[in-house]
Structures are given as structure tokens and as C-alpha cells.
Design a protein around this ligand. Structure first.
Ligand SMILES: Cc1cc2nc3c(=O)[nH]c(=O)nc-3n(C[C@H](O)[C@H](O)[C@H](O)COP(=O)(O)OP(=O)(O)OC[C@H]3O[C@@H](n4cnc5c(N)ncnc54)[C@H](O)[C@@H]3O)c2cc1C
Length: 409
């Protein structure tokens, strides 16, 4: 039976990064992924601020495009901002995951694609882990530590799906399309977000640029009842509408349709570890920010919090991962709890008019304030924008009073 210090299940951003970091530290690592190729399961839109590349040591080869413009479109309002410098990237999600796994392999890890995790059993200090290859018989390997990096599936922490608690659920679908050069150029460096009842009731939609002449056009919503909207059309309807009525194109090549779900634990009440040697990272412990559905950067960060604890366990410096749970919760909880509350309010309780108004106020914000709200969850900056709006309204009122007064005189 093959032995590994650490077996990591799931080769998404969290699992791949974990394998890479532990392999670089000299541990024997097995990274297991149920899909046979990274070209399968390309579900993520994968937009991220620029800092992600440097923070997590990622090469430009995993990037599909760079952006420096932001646009927000609602039923009645359209706002846009532009910077002179690059603000962020859109990953090629297949290339990103393939790079992380390859880097792990270069540093000595084993990567087994097309292997599904089945179960684990404790035997003295080690775990016996059963894996099912796409073709062939079940295999058992042993390890000191087992990592659940299976995203929303949480396959290690909940081997029986029926025992999963209720999560806040989001669903997203995305078209990868090829368009004419002139249309591509118009949005080649922009992230365009859509909100409001026309484009995306119960969530938001988007156009993200990919490499030459390709866009991702997607739509996502929260799977929960809306205060005002009784019925919504399928997500594909809103994607089609953005392509036809916003981009105004009839003729495009549909290259791929993909999608997935997010399952987020309200109040961050996931199972972070099981005694003594099982630990969960990434979306398996709700590191995705539910307001924007941005999760890659946070899965990578959560992994970097986890790795020193895994190392400590391997070196008998701790006997479980309780402190990891404390550290990761205190890192994420304050902003994540607020983001989740705001997401439910905006996507499920706001009228269309209120969404128009909210986005209209954004014109009082600078681009850096907007980036702080969208990517760093500094919601106090929105209130500052509201201050600008109120100031201008008061200014207008004072102007009117002054002119009425001078007419009287
Ligand atoms: C539609 C959509 C759009 C998104 N857009 C963005 C975006 O623009 N920017 C951003 O930063 N984030 C985005 N996200 C979120 C982001 O993709 C996730 O937060 C991120 O991928 C989480 O990484 P992870 O490694 O924790 O999990 P995942 O990426 O979900 O990886 C989990 C892996 O585990 C594997 N697995 C599951 N069960 C088993 C099993 N039993 N055995 C073996 N392998 C298994 C899966 O196949 C998968 O490869 C989006 C998500 C969705 C659904």
C-alpha cells in the first residue's frame, strides 16, 4: 500500500495550492481529482484583482485577460469607471488548476486525475483512504493527514450527502462565446456586471473578457424565494438577453456552456476538521465570498492559513486542527458575515427601483473606492458615496432656495 504524508482530495485552487505548498516543504503528497482532465469542469468565471498573481506566485500564463475598466448596468442605470493601470485579471480556470497541479508535481507530489474519493478509515495513527479510479478497481492508500478540498461537495466531511445541513445556495451558468473583433475590442478590458430585474433577478450577471475574441457571459442567482418576484425565467434566458439586447449580437459561436453551484454556510458554521487528522480548506469551509461569488483568491488564502497547521500536525506540534478553525474563522467571519447579509438583502429583498438607486449613487465614488467595496468588502465606502449624493442634493436645494429668494427681492 502506498503511503503519503498528506492526501488532498480535490484539485481546485485550494487543493492544488495546498499540494504545491506542502510538496515544496518536502512532504510526500498525493493530490486526487475526480475529473480526468482540467479541461472538464471549467465552471468558474475566475475574475480576480491583480494582487492575486503576486500574492500567490502565479505566472501570467494562467491569465486569459487583464482588465482596467468596470461597468455596472441595472434596468435603468449604467455606470462605468476606467483606470490608467491594470486592475485585475480573468484566469483561464483550466490553466490555473493545471499549473498548480503541475507545480506540485515538479516539487515531488503525485497527482492522480480521474480518481474519486470514496471513504476514509482511521487505523491507529494513520488513515486508510479508498479511491475509485474512472476505470478499474478501488485503490487504498494510507496517509497521516487527509485534506477535504472538494469545494461545495464537502465529500470528506460529509460522506453521506443526506447528512449535510442546509446551506445558502447559489447557482451560476456561463456561456463561452466567440464574437467579431470589433465587439470584442469594446469590452476586451472590462468587467461588466448586471443587476436588477431586467438582467438578473435574484443575483447578478456578467460579461468577462477571455483571450482574443472570446467572452464569458454568465448569470447567477440565490436559490431562495424573493420578496417581490414570484417567478423567474431560467438563467439561460438572461444570458441570451445580455448577448442579444446588450451586446447586440445575433451571430456568435457558442464554444462551451458550463456552470456550478456554491453552498455557503451561514455564519461560517462548517466542519473545519475531524479529530485527529482530517482538515477542510477552500469552499469546503465557505471561503467564497457570497456577495460577489469571488472565491479563488480566498481559497488560496485559506489554504495558506491551513498549511502551517498541517505541518505542525505532521511534526507532532499539535494534535488536531482546532486552532486552524479559530484562525480561519477570525480572518473571514467579520467581512463574510456582513457580505452574506448584504447579498440576501440586495438579491432577495430589494425592489428594482432600489437597485437602480443604489447603483446611481455609485457615481459619487472613485474607482479605488469602488474596488474597495467590490473586492475588499469595505462597505463603509458606499455610505461615503451616499454622503456625496446627499451633499449634492442639499446643494441643489440650497441653490433653488437662493434663486427663489433673490427673485422675491
Ligand atoms: C458560476 C461561478 C462563477 C464563479 N466566478 C468566480 C470569479 O469570477 N472569481 C472568483 O474568484 N471565484 C469565482 N467563483 C468561485 C470559485 O470558483 C470558487 O470559490 C473556487 O473554485 C473554490 O476553490 P476550491 O478549490 O475550494 O473548490 P473547487 O474549485 O470547487 O474544487 C473542488 C474540486 O474537488 C473535486 N471533487 C469534488 N468531489 C470529489 C471527490 N469525491 N473525489 C475527488 N475529487 C472531488 C471537484 O471536481 C473539484 O475539482 C465562481 C463560482 C461559480 C460557481
Amino acid at each position: 500500500m502506498q503511503y503519503f504524508d498528506v492526501v488532498i482530495v480535490g484539485a481546485g485552487p485550494a487543493g492544488g495550492h495546498c499540494a504545491r505548498l506542502l510538496a515544496k516543504l518536502g512532504y510526500s503528497v498525493l493530490l486526487v481529482e475526480q475529473h480526468e482532465s482540467f479541461q472538464q469542469n471549467i465552471f468558474s468565471s475566475a475574475a480576480t484583482p491583480l494582487e492575486t498573481l503576486e500574492l500567490f506566485n502565479l505566472p501570467p500564463s494562467v491569465v486569459a485577460s487583464f482588465w482596467h475598466k468596470l461597468e455596472i448596468v441595472t434596468t435603468k442605470v449604467h455606470r462605468h469607471w476606467e483606470a490608467n493601470n491594470t486592475l485585475g485579471a480573468v484566469f483561464d480556470f483550466a490553466k490555473l488548476r493545471a499549473f498548480l497541479a503541475k507545480d506540485a508535481e515538479i516539487n515531488g507530489a503525485k497527482v492522480w486525475l480521474g480518481h474519486r474519493y470514496v471513504k476514509a478509515q482511521q487505523e491507529s495513527e494513520k488513515l486508510l483512504i479508498s479511491l475509485k479510479p474512472k476505470r478499474g478497481e478501488e485503490i487504498t492508500v494510507s496517509s497521516q493527514v487527509l485534506v477535504d478540498a472538494t469545494g461545495f461537495a464537502r465529500a470528506v466531511m460529509y460522506p453521506d450527502k443526506r447528512q449535510k445541513p442546509k446551506f445558502l445556495k447559489g447557482t451560476g451558468i456561463e456561456y463561452l462565446i466567440e464574437v467579431e473583433q470589433d465587439i470584442y475590442q469594446k469590452y476586451a478590458h472590462s468587467l461588466v456586471f448586471f443587476m436588477g430585474y431586467q438582467w438578473s433577478p435574484k443575483g447578478y450577471s456578467w460579461i468577462f473578457p477571455m483571450q482574443e475574441n472570446q467572452f464569458k457571459v454568465g448569470s447567477a442567482w440565490i436559490d431562495a424565494p424573493h420578496k417581490f418576484i414570484a417567478e423567474v425565467k431560467p438563467l439561460k434566458f438572461y444570458i441570451g438577453q445580455i448577448i442579444k439586447d446588450y451586446l447586440k449580437i445575433e451571430d456568435y459561436k457558442l464554444l462551451d456552456v458550463h456552470g456550478s453551484i456554491l453552498e455557503y454556510s451561514i455564519g461560517l458554521n462548517d466542519i473545519y476538521y475531524r479529530e485527529p487528522n482530517i482538515i477542510a480548506i477552500g469552499d469546503a469551509v465557505s471561503t467564497v465570498n457570497f456577495l460577489g461569488g469571488e472565491g479563488i483568491r480566498h481559497a488560496l488564502k485559506g489554504t495558506e492559513i491551513a498549511v502551517p497547521y498541517i505541518e505542525n500536525y505532521l511534526n507532532s506540534k499539535c494534535s488536531n486542527f482546532r486552532q486552524y478553525q479559530e484562525e480561519i474563522k477570525s480572518y473571514f467571519a467579520p467581512k463574510w458575515n456582513l457580505s452574506e447579509q448584504i447579498s440576501r438583502r440586495v438579491y432577495l429583498e430589494y425592489s428594482d427601483q432600489k437597485i437602480d438607486q443604489g447603483v446611481a449613487y455609485l457615481k459619487y465614488l472613485s474607482l479605488s473606492d469602488l474596488m474597495d467595496i467590490l473586492f475588499y468588502y469595505k462597505f463603509e465606502k458606499f455610505t461615503r458615496g451616499l454622503g456625496g449624493y446627499l451633499k449634492s442634493k442639499i446643494g441643489q436645494m440650497l441653490g433653488k432656495i437662493k434663486s427663489l429668494w433673490s427673485n422675491k427681492l
